[in-house]
Each structure stands twice: as structure tokens, then as C-alpha cells.
Design a protein around this ligand. Structure first.
Ligand code: ZN
Length: 676
């Protein structure tokens, strides 16, 4: 068989937050494929990148008082560390905010434009008048027009599953500023996707599994729509050529990021990039993706490649979502587990093995049942595979100077291994890792029965059994060698340690071939059992993550009841209504360098703007306050301070120092509303 050559990608993680176990499914799935293809002798390049552009990254950076470049740099460092921690062996992990990607994105766009696939159209879109920006659907919330559920996103209702346009929402508000969005017109650039409908309809059947291609039939039946690929400034992305203040929508340049990451790698390694991406390339190109991004990868991406004279993906592999303990990952249950949190408590190969044991080529959801996880990993890897080596190695080392014998004693058993090898190879090739694991574990069971029936610990009692003892242990060690080689794409560290132990380079293509008259090394523990306490600690820490996220500042312990501040003397309603409390929004905040406790706040009360000095510096950073809605005592007599005039008082609970908590109001409350 001649050597194949391929480029493999995983979907690009978005650069606004940490990697969690949901992401890891895909990276583990693709890494196993890559390690397998390399193990059988194919040439594989494997790249990924962070997906950096778009409004969420821009907003997140703003809220942290950083530039988007700073944010993506920090996130990139943590993403790379997580990938490494899980032994994901990327040749290149790059970012979409790169010169290579900008060049490709603009070139592809210009080619599409030259071919007449780009047109412009003026559309009306919701606009945030406070932040001066157009609002993506996900940044508009309001009341569902169908069922009346409050606080639903601009594109669909999580309560009744209705889909709609953000303009259909009642009482809509911007999640960025809380302001009521207004409709504003703007010229947008569209990619004429319908022109590719016939091509795509045939193409998707050749690259997708049938059930995914069938899913797309609905979309073809409804008719493909032109794709809006421009976004107005302010936007973190690449500028569109000849279109001032217009940027490429993040989904244009994200998949081009595969090319850019590979280009970056090729330039460093002296590899011919064009051989892989030219129109008639005979190299294979595989994308691993989640089912949520099927539309982009199977329609927009191939159409932009086709329209710009590039090669097309050979196959698109689609997986489902991860659930934990049978439910959606939940922050409050501690099952929303970050990759870094997992790695603090558990070995990466435990999760690699568990995911592999459940992964098939179908895009079905995969449940990480934590009890089953512990039981399966301990029983399979430790109980069935590693124990096989540890039970036999001692005899070989002590009794035979580490030399494996010249024969084995059970040909039938050896045959079962030889016969299973091509089936295991085929299962990996089809990305049916569950089947590869099942076949391997069936062999492991056979091997353990073989050892149990020959009981080497009994044979060892009588020197007359020496030859048989050596043959039994030699075969057991060879069974172990085959098993760990079959599992090598899944368990790369155990595999590496086993090569050391067996003093041999374990080759996947000859996994079932026996090592005879061969010197092995002393057995060292290859894999530690999972202690259920570590899993519990991981879940507990994941719950803590949530609490920390909920209160970015250090929490003081609850005040004991004896320390409650005594109630003030009774007042009448007439006293109370003298107070005019209003809803206001902090639109600017800054330090007052000469004041120890004060921040200067600019408040928008709807009908007017005001400056207020608030003694909250010990707890709040100016940048985290911007956009926040607060309650202000609005009819308090203005007070001239040495830094300026303070026109009111922002209400907060607590006694000062670290004990200050700004009062909030439901974000939908209009500015200037009176508080009763
Ligand atoms: Zn609804």
C-alpha cells in the first residue's frame, strides 16, 4: 500500500474563554486519528488555531480593560497548555488573528468578488445607541414574541424554542449596555451562496456521513440564502478591501484559519503549502467538527473554497456533544469541568481512554458518567492490560535474567491476536474507536484467562516447570505488547513507557508479532488507578470556579447576627417619598488619584448625565463598572468636593472597606425610572 498524505484539523476554539471537557472530545478524537494514521505509516500534518475575531472577544476584552490582542494572547497561552496537557500533538497551534490569515482571507474575498459572487445590500439592524455599535443577535435580549418568556436571546427562545429575528423581540435591550436598541441601516456585503446550491447538494453527500447529509436536505429544501459576510466597525476582525469601516464576519476567516495555520507551519518547516491546497491536490484534507458548526463547514466553507479555486475537504467528520452524568454540563453541579481543572486532579490518558471507548463515527452525544469513568478506566487499563505485564515481568526478570523465551505455549491465543489486528486497524480508520477498544479488551480478557489458567505463581514453585513458566510469561508479555500497541493512539504515554520496559520500538503494523529471545527491562508502574477522591475533588473545584466567577472580588465572611448594625429610628412614608431614587447607568468611571476611596463616575439618568463621586475604590475597578446599572439618590443636594461637583449618591450595601456592594437593578429597567 502506498503511503497516503493528509492534513487534519480540529475546529478552532474560540478565544474568549478556557477550554473545557466538551472541547476536549474533539481534540482527543482527532489526535487519536492522527496518531493512528502516523502509526500505520501515513504522512499526517495536524493543525489547529484559536478563533480570535468577533464581537464576543471584543466585548470580553473591553470588560477586562484589555485590548483584544492582549486577551487572545493570554487565552492562547492557556489553550496551548491545555492541549499539551491532554497530549494533543498538534504540529501547529496558531491563531486566526495573523498576517497569513489576513492575506488569505482578503485574497479569497477578492477572487469571489472578481467572479461576481459578492454583492451589497442595505439592511436594517439593531444598534446600541450607547455603545455605538450594531448588535449581533446574541447581544440582544428581550421577551419572546411567542410565549412571553423574559430575557431570551435575539435569535431563539430557550423556553419555547421559537426562532425569530431580534427585531421581533418585545422590550428588547442590548446586553452590552442595557440600552434599548434602535434600528439602523447599513450597507452589507453578501456572498451569493445560492449560486453554489447545486454543487453543494451533490458535494455534501460525498463528504458527510449519510445522517448528516440528510440533515442538510432540510436546508436545501428551504433554499440557501445569501450569506452576510460583513460587519460594521467597531469590530475585531480583518478589514474588507475597498470597504471602509467594514470587517469580515468572523465565520469568513475562521475556517481560512486552517489554511493560515498550515501555511505558518509550512514556512517554518519548508513544506510545500500549495501541494495541499491547490484545486487538484491529491493530498487528503479532513476536518473534525462538532454538529453545531455543520452549516458553516459543509456549505459556506466549501463554497468559498470552490469559488476561489482551492481544493475541497475530502471528508468532514462530525461528533456530538459531551454530557456529564447524563445531563448538560452544569456549572452549579460542578460538571462544567475546565481542561485545566481536570489536569490538576487526573491523568490525561484516563479521559482519552474513556472518550475513545465511547466514540464512534456517528454524531451522537457522549456521556461522561463519572462513576463509570472510574470503574472502566481502573478495570480496563489497570486491571486487564497493565496487570498482565506486572504479573509476568517479575518472573522473567528474576528467574530468566530479563530474557523472554524462545517459544510461546498457546498458538490459538496468538492467532486470535493476529486475526484481530486488521479489524482493529479498520475500526480506527473508520473512527470507530469504541469498536477498536472493544476488540482490544476482548483480547485482554482472553490473555488474562490464559494467565489465570496457567497460574505462573504456582509454576514458579517448582524449578522443573522453568520452561513452561518462561513460555507462559513470554506469551503474557507479548499479549501485553500487542494490547498496548493497539491502544497506542489513545494512550501515548503508557505506550512510550512500555517501549522502555519492553526495550523495543513497538510497531503498530506488527503489533501481534511475538518478541522472542529478547531482553526486557524491569517493570515499572505504567499507569495509576483513578482514586474516586480525585474525581470528587475535581467536581468540587469546578463548583468553586463558578463561585469565583460570580464574585470576582474576595468575599468577606457573612456577618454574624450579633454584628448587625442596629435599625435606624422609624420614619413615615412621607419621609421615605422625599427620597428620589432613580435608575442610572455608569457610562464612564475613573480613578481620582488624589482621593483614597473615591472613583469618579459619569452617570446617564436618561434625561440627563451627571458626575458622582463614590467611595467604592477599595472594591471596584473602574473598567468593570462601565455599562452597569445602579440606583442613585438623585435629589440629594449636590456637594462641591475638591475634585469636582458630586451630583447625587450611588447606593450600595455594606459598611465600607472591603464590605461594599453596589445595588443593581434588573437590566431592562429604563434609565431614569423612579424607584418606589
Ligand atoms: Zn418563547
Amino acid at each position: 500500500m502506498s503511503k497516503r498524505s493528509m492534513l487534519v484539523t480540529s475546529a478552532l476554539p474560540y478565544a474568549n474563554g478556557p477550554i473545557h471537557l466538551g472541547h476536549m472530545l474533539e481534540h482527543i478524537q482527532s489526535d487519536i486519528f492522527v496518531r493512528f494514521e502516523r502509526a500505520i505509516g501515513n504522512e499526517v500534518y495536524y493543525v489547529c488555531a484559536d478563533d480570535c475575531h468577533g464581537t464576543p472577544v471584543m466585548i470580553k476584552a473591553q470588560s477586562q480593560g484589555k485590548t483584544p490582542e492582549q486577551l487572545i494572547e493570554e487565552v492562547g497561552i492557556s489553550h496551548r497548555a491545555d492541549m499539551q496537557g491532554f497530549l494533543i500533538n498538534y504540529d501547529n497551534y496558531y491563531r486566526t488573528h495573523s498576517p497569513e490569515n489576513q492575506k488569505f482571507s482578503q485574497e479569497i474575498y477578492l477572487k469571489l468578488r472578481e467572479r461576481g459572487y459578492i454583492f451589497t445590500k442595505t439592511i436594517s439592524q439593531l444598534y446600541d445607541p450607547v455603545k455605538n455599535m450594531f448588535l449581533p443577535d446574541r447581544f440582544v435580549k428581550g421577551t419572546c414574541p411567542r410565549c412571553g418568556a423574559k430575557d431570551q436571546y435575539g435569535d431563539n427562545c430557550e423556553v419555547c424554542s421559537a426562532t425569530y429575528n431580534p427585531t421581533d423581540l418585545k422590550d428588547a435591550y442590548s446586553t452590552v449596555s442595557g440600552a434599548k436598541p434602535v434600528l439602523k441601516e447599513s450597507e452589507h456585503y453578501f456572498f451569493d451562496l445560492p449560486k453554489f446550491a447545486d454543487f453543494l447538494h451533490g458535494y455534501v453527500k460525498t463528504v458527510l456521513p449519510p445522517e448528516m447529509a440528510n440533515k442538510l436536505e432540510e436546508w436545501f429544501a428551504q433554499g440557501l440564502k445569501p450569506w452576510d459576510l460583513s460587519r460594521d466597525a467597531p469590530y475585531f476582525g480583518f478589514p474588507i478591501p475597498d470597504a471602509p469601516n467594514k470587517f469580515f464576519y468572523v465565520w469568513l476567516d475562521a475556517p481560512i484559519g486552517y489554511m493560515a495555520s498550515f501555511k505558518n507551519f509550512c514556512d517554518k518547516q519548508g513544506i510545500d503549502f500549495d501541494v495541499f491546497w491547490k484545486q487538484d491536490s491529491d493530498k487528503e484534507l479532513y476536518h473534525f467538527i462538532g454538529k453545531d458548526i455543520l452549516y458553516f463547514h459543509s456549505l459556506f466553507w466549501p463554497a468559498t473554497l470552490k469559488g476561489s479555486d482551492h481544493r475541497l475537504p475530502s471528508k468532514i467528520f462530525v461528533h456530538g456533544y459531551v454530557t456529564v452524568n447524563g445531563a448538560k454540563m452544569s456549572k452549579s453541579k460542578g460538571t462544567f469541568i475546565k481542561a485545566a481543572t481536570y489536569l490538576k486532579h487526573l491523568q490525561p490518558e484516563c479521559l482519552r481512554y474513556y472518550f475513545a471507548s465511547k466514540l464512534t463515527a456517528q454524531a451522537v452525544d457522549l456521556d461522561l458518567s463519572l462513576d463509570d469513568f472510574v470503574a472502566k478506566v481502573n478495570s480496563d487499563i489497570v486491571g486487564k492490560v497493565v496487570n498482565l505485564a506486572s504479573r509476568s515481568a517479575g518472573f522473567i526478570v528474576k528467574r530468566f535474567d530479563g530474557m523472554l523465551g524462545s517459544t510461546i505455549c498457546d498458538e490459538d491465543l496468538a492467532c486470535k491476536f493476529t486475526e484481530a489486528a486488521p479489524l482493529i486497524t479498520a475500526a480506527y480508520e473508520e473512527r470507530n474507536y469504541a469498536e477498536a477498544v472493544r476488540l482490544t479488551m476482548t483480547l485482554a480478557d482472553e490473555a488474562n484467562r490464559f494467565v489465570d489458567s496457567h497460574a505462573p505463581w504456582v509454576l514458579a514453585k517448582d524449578e522443573a516447570n522453568n520452561d513452561l513458566l518462561q513460555a507462559v510469561c513470554t506469551q503474557a508479555i507479548n499479549c501485553f505488547k500487542a494490547l498496548i500497541t493497539f491502544l497506542s493512539p489513545i494512550l501515548p504515554q503508557v505506550y512510550a513507557a512500555s517501549q522502555e520496559f519492553l526495550n523495543d520500538k513497538l510497531d503498530f503494523n506488527s503489533a501481534a508479532q511475538a518478541l522472542l529471545n529478547h531482553q526486557i527491562n524491569k517493570f515499572k508502574p505504567l499507569f495509576a488507578r483513578i482514586d474516586p477522591k480525585d474525581v470528587a475533588a475535581m467536581v468540587e473545584e469546578s463548583k468553586q470556579d463558578l463561585k469565583e466567577a460570580q464574585s470576582a472580588k474576595p468575599q468577606k465572611e457573612a456577618t454574624p447576627s450579633s454584628e448587625y448594625v442596629p435599625l435606624a429610628p422609624e420614619i413615615t412614608i412621607d419621609d421615605f417619598i422625599k427620597l428620589d431614587l432613580r435608575v442610572a447607568q455608569i457610562i464612564a468611571a475613573e480613578q481620582v488619584p488624589e482621593a483614597r476611596k473615591l472613583l469618579r463616575l459619569q452617570l446617564d439618568l436618561g434625561f440627563e448625565q451627571r458626575q458622582v463621586f463614590a467611595g467604592i475604590k477599595s472594591v471596584y475597578k473602574p473598567e468593570e463598572l462601565i455599562g452597569r446599572k445602579v440606583i442613585v439618590a438623585a435629589n440629594l443636594k449636590p456637594r462641591q468636593m475638591k475634585f469636582g461637583l458630586s451630583q447625587g449618591m450611588v447606593l450600595a450595601a455594606g459598611e465600607g472597606g472591603q464590605d461594599i456592594f453596589l445595588l443593581s437593578v434588573d437590566n431592562k429597567a429604563p434609565l431614569g425610572s423612579k424607584v418606589h
